[in-house]
Write a protein that binds this ligand. Structure first.
Ligand SMILES: Nc1ncnc2c1ncn2[C@@H]1O[C@H](COP(=O)(O)OP(=O)(O)OP(=O)(O)O)[C@@H](O)[C@H]1O
Ligand SMILES: O=P(O)(O)OC[C@H]1O[C@H](OP(=O)(O)OP(=O)(O)O)[C@H](O)[C@@H]1O
Length: 231
């Protein structure tokens, strides 16, 4: 059986992902020229590498079209409901750290916690004639956190595919859910993270698609062990 591992072809996770595999004794070389989107691993003839973007990788693992991949936990949890039934998070790789957070304007002085936000959302329509608007690209994580975990039902999600932190100042939303790593983008936009507003501590993970064909396949276990040993 050929095992396909999807690795980032570009972006912030590319170099660190290749370095982990190198340390794991799995040296990757491109098939054909340097711009090829296929690779192989020296000495591992039954393994092939597919180079994709981090967001494509999460989709392909969740659909089972690749066997393993390196991608962010946030992308996996946003992309699929009940993700732990579909995939196994085999290892947290120690790079690509980012928190998915709820952030509100700094000038909301009396809003510091999710409980405060529950009160704001309840009063919002009476005060402003519309529901609290949340800008995000993380629809699923936002709905789970607001509705299931905090019982907030009165809000509206405004889809934002870029410059999410600018939405409150631009007037297109009241608050945001987005990722932060250093916090500088939030600070520059005068937003603050609620005290209990961290939805997910994300980082790059080695993720396996749960497939029946993996049972009793020695190379599957060997890949997991090699990567874990490299951490
Ligand atoms: N400062 C950061 N900004 C954005 N993503 C970050 C940051 N730090 C770590 N990450 C993680 O990187 C991953 C996204 O990586 P990247 O932006 O390279 O991929 P992508 O979404 O596939 O790229 P593209 O949007 O160009 O297709 C996510 O899992 C995210 O959590
Ligand atoms: O906390 P910080 O260190 O400021 O990082 C967070 C910011 O970085 C990312 O944007 P980026 O400009 O990298 O673009 P992207 O969203 O297209 O990846 C992310 O969307 C945040 O806006």
């Amino acid at each position: 059986m050929t095992i396909t591992i999807a690795l980032p072809s570009k972006g912030r996770m590319k170099e660190d992902a290749s370095a982990i595999f190198e340390r794991a004794g799995m040296t990757i070389s491109a098939v054909g020229n340097d711009r090829s989107y296929r690779g192989r691993v020296e000495g591992w003839d039954d393994v092939e590498i597919a180079f994709l973007s981090a967001s494509e990788i999460s989709r392909e693992i969740g659909n089972g079209t690749v066997d393993f991949g390196v991608t962010g936990e946030d992308l996996m949890r946003e992309g699929f409901a009940e993700v732990d039934k579909r995939v196994e998070f085999c290892a947290r790789l120690g790079f690509g750290h980012a928190d998915v957070v709820v952030a509100v304007p700094e000038i909301w002085l009396d809003v510091e916690t999710m409980a405060d936000l529950v009160d704001v959302a309840a009063d919002f329509r009476a005060r402003h004639g519309r529901r609290l608007a949340i800008a995000t690209k993380y629809w699923r994580l936002t709905q789970q956190f607001f509705s299931s975990q905090h019982g907030i039902q009165l809000y509206r999600i405004v889809e934002s595919l870029g410059a999410t932190e600018g939405a409150p100042a631009a007037g297109s939303a009241d608050i945001i859910v987005d990722i932060t790593s250093t916090g500088s983008t939030l600070r520059a936009n005068h937003l603050k993270v609620l005290q209990d507003g961290v939805i997910l501590h994300s980082q790059a993970c080695l993720v396996r698609a749960r497939k029946e064909s993996h049972a009793g396949e020695p190379a599957v276990q060997a890949i997991i062990e090699a990567v874990r040993a490299a951490l």
